[in-house]
Design a protein around this ligand. Structure first.
Ligand SMILES: Cc1ncc(COP(=O)(O)O)c(C=O)c1O
Length: 410
């Protein structure tokens, strides 16, 4: 049985879409309080829901830039292409910082050196966590405090992770979660900002106040996209048809099929927040988020077990494990990434042995532009391959992955 590289979690596509279609939206439901409780927020920690995580980041940055009057925003270029738009449309100026060698983590020394000379113009740092939490998080927090830089954590793909046993979204000045279709908790679209700064929450609520709630029309495209995705990753369809099509597309470089597999489309430059981003979650989306949060912990633990299995048994020296786990920095464990020098030949070997995998995580969004100084990010992005560790994957399938990864010869 071949397990697809990515599967949807419990996104209630039909329920959210059809309830939105047939019922009149009344705006935010009281489920927002349920979400607050499920996230174990204290009295001093506040929550605002946003239509997308990226809009949450945009709103946080608009607030910071207008209050601190400092426009520069430091971030990793290993992210979604729209991130630059979210910074520019908030009035910010993105400054890209490289990762450490062969790592998904921002290089702490580079941040420190940059801030030493330029801290007066830097208003915020976006810290994106990937498979596990950046192990230098405490040092980064201290640095941000020292220079009064607002630390925004992008927790889009790490919801469920903890640092020193405390949920990661409780660190930093603001943390942003994503509930888009591919996330562990999903309501077709959705995001949240968590912060101790009450004024930030008031700013987000006031800005969103006149935005329309998501209508069925707004959700239609993603409802169909999600339904198609769910169909092609269905166990039987995937094994009989989809995997063979994917392998064929890769082998013969069939562009349109390959593009369909890469979930990070190029985006046009946007200097202002697009009209279709200005939405509020409707009550069905909010309720759906609340209903899935209780499943988060168990799914995270299952992914962690799968991650540790691959980490332990993949021993091929030609396949470098990109991420390791330590006791403090637990993760969301979205997938199991490795680095290989000859990705084309490794990928061919995997397809020949009927292993689904992805050769794409995030691009270096500055690649080929004047701003591209992040060689380590390009190097990771060009050599990465990841394997699924989804809670539904069976141990026998992981063993097959291990066997064929270990049998790969350069
Ligand atoms: C690291 C990261 N940040 C932000 C986002 C944006 O999330 P949303 O689609 O909810 O805006 C994503 C989406 O996949 C992401 O992967």
């Amino acid at each position: 049985m071949i397990f697809p590289r990515q599967k949807l979690y419990n996104v209630e596509l039909f329920k959210v879409f059809f309830l939105t279609l047939i019922k009149f939206n009344k705006g935010f439901a009281k489920s927002i309080y349920i979400i607050r409780d499920l996230l174990n927020l204290t009295k001093n920690e506040h929550l605002a829901l946003t239509p997308y995580a990226r809009v949450g980041i945009h709103l946080v940055l608009s607030y910071v830039i207008s209050n601190y009057k400092k426009k520069d925003v430091l971030l990793s270029p290993f992210t979604i292409r729209d991130m630059e738009n979210m910074i520019i449309s908030a009035g910010g100026n993105p400054i890209y910082i490289d990762h450490s060698n062969d790592s998904t983590d921002l290089d702490y020394e580079l941040i420190k050196n940059y801030l030493k000379d330029n801290h007066e113009t830097v208003g915020a740092l976006i810290l994106t966590h990937f498979v596990v939490i950046n192990p230098e998080i405490e040092k980064i927090i201290r640095l941000c405090r020292k220079y009064k830089i607002f630390l925004v954590q992008d927790c889009a793909i790490i919801f469920g992770a903890t640092f020193k046993k405390i949920p990661i979204y409780k660190y930093g000045d603001a943390s942003v979660l994503s509930f888009n279709m591919f996330k562990f908790v999903s309501s077709i679209h959705g995001g949240a900002v968590i912060t101790k700064d009450k004024n930030l929450i008031s700013y987000i609520e006031a800005t969103q106040k006149n935005w329309q709630t998501f209508s069925a029309k707004d959700l239609t495209r993603y409802f169909f996209k999600g339904s198609l995705f769910r169909f092609i990753t269905n166990k039987f369809i995937f094994n009989l048809i989809s995997f063979n099509l994917i392998a064929y597309a890769e082998k013969y470089s069939i562009r349109f099929l390959k593009n369909f597999l890469v979930n990070n489309p190029t985006v046009s430059v946007k200097k202002t927040l697009p009209y279709n981003y200005k939405r509020q979650l409707n009550e069905f989306q909010v309720r759906s988020i609340a209903s899935q949060i209780p499943l988060l912990e168990e799914n995270t633990q299952k992914r962690k077990r799968n991650f540790l299995f691959l980490e332990k048994y993949i021993t091929n020296p030609a396949v470098k494990k990109l991420v390791t786990v330590n006791n403090l920095c637990d993760g969301g464990f979205i997938n199991f990434p490795v680095l290989v020098e000859d990705r084309a030949s490794f990928s061919k070997h995997l397809y020949n042995n009927r292993i689904d995998h992805s050769c794409f995580f995030y691009p270096n969004i500055t690649k080929n532009s004047k701003k591209d100084i992040c060689k380590n990010v390009t190097s990771v992005s060009d050599r990465i391959v990841f394997f699924p560790i989804h809670p539904q994957i069976q141990r026998a399938q992981l063993q097959i992955i291990v066997r064929h990864v270990n049998s790969y010869q350069v």
